[in-house]
Design a protein around this ligand. Structure first.
Ligand code: GYE
Length: 337
């Protein structure tokens, strides 16, 4: 059974994407909503298609999934898609051919899944999304999403930027550069959306995103794109990076341009990986919005419940915090990823 503490009810703002309260597929086990039927002794085979290994967040997520599957005693078939949707589609097809019990995946992009998810449905294999969501007209194609509220992370980034600007004594106009995540991915779309929402509602006259481009969630991407930003807009005040890795790459370009990250250019990023906290404790990142990658244990609980025909929430959200620079040194030793 899923622990109720792990559940947060779906936020109103996501009703369009995640809509109805859903029941997990009943594969003939318990025949109802009463939760676990015990699951019998057969080992669960879980097919998991991971996005890739683009960031520190992703490595922590992969470790969490692998160790939680081991702990739960599942037979895990793990596949790394190297950030390519076609690789994820092939992996899912191969899981279907192998008749796994449950398929879980973190979709690299939001669109383009209907055909392969229809195939999983036809084969009566339940699909659990982890970390990232999909856009589909047919909500029956997946059981639940275990992951964060990225729109809210974008809003939190804008709210923490207010504090960062105040602390730095920055008054008046704010020229913002945005390093976006992978184009078409849920976190890139939703983090940009949440940030813009706060910016337009509360800072319309002062804040402006002067440049925005994808850095594909990688350090190399962040470094390269930031170097180009500094060429075209040498007077940037703020960098909003959709993840720590891109911020860390960008810091290299800021330093190479003879500027001080965290002072000449204020930086807010998302994730909260160890290297992000190290950069923050060195004064180079001003604030971080946490996005927790340790989804493995919750995912395994959901997989068991789904396999047993129990019901789960449509969206199982992750609990997260925000951190300012002055908290970095104390928080660093406690970081788990
Ligand atoms: O923020 C980034 C990773 O989907 C939440 O993917 C995840 C994002 C995370 O590459 O570092």
């Amino acid at each position: 059974m899923l622990n109720r503490r792990n559940f947060l009810t779906a936020a109103v703002g996501v009703a369009a994407a995640t809509g109805l309260a859903a029941c997990a597929k009943d594969d003939g086990g318990s025949g109802g909503t009463g939760g676990s039927s015990g699951g019998g002794s057969k080992k669960i085979t879980l097919g998991f298609s991971q996005v890739g290994s683009e960031s520190g967040w992703r490595s922590a997520n992969t470790d969490s999934v692998k160790s939680a599957a081991k702990e739960a005693g599942y037979n895990l078939k793990f596949s790394d898609a190297q950030q390519k949707q076609e690789n994820q589609i092939s992996a899912i097809r191969s899981f279907i051919a192998q008749k796994v019990d449950v398929i879980a995946f973190s979709p690299v992009k939001v669109t383009g899944w209907d055909a392969v998810l229809q195939e999983a449905k036809a084969a009566k294999i339940p699909v659990v999304l982890t970390d990232r969501s999909v856009e589909t007209k047919d909500e029956s194609l997946f059981v639940t999403l275990v992951g964060s509220d990225f729109t809210d992370e974008g809003r939190r980034a804008a709210k923490i930027l207010e504090k960062v600007l105040e602390k730095a004594g920055h008054k008046g106009k704010v020229k913002i550069a945005q390093l976006e995540g992978t184009t078409g991915s849920a976190p890139a779309i939703e983090r940009a959306k949440g940030f813009k929402e706060v910016m337009e509602a509360e800072h319309k006259d002062d804040w402006k995103i002067v440049v925005t481009q994808t850095g594909d969630f990688t350090r190399a991407g962040g470094k390269q794109v930031m170097a180009a930003f500094l060429q075209s807009n040498p007077d940037i005040d703020v960098l909003f990076a959709h993840n720590d890795d891109m911020a860390i790459g960008a810091i290299q370009s800021i330093e190479a341009a003879g500027k001080k990250p965290g002072k000449d250019i204020l930086i807010v990023s998302i994730d909260g990986v160890k290297d992000g906290f190290v950069a923050m404790s060195e004064g180079k990142i001003n604030a971080i919005v946490e996005c927790n990658p340790l989804l493995g244990p919750q995912l395994m609980e959901v997989v068991q419940t789904v396999k047993d025909g129990g019901s789960v929430e449509r969206w199982i959200k992750t609990k997260e915090s925000d951190f300012m620079q002055d908290q970095a040194k104390d928080a660093l030793p406690t970081r788990k990823y």
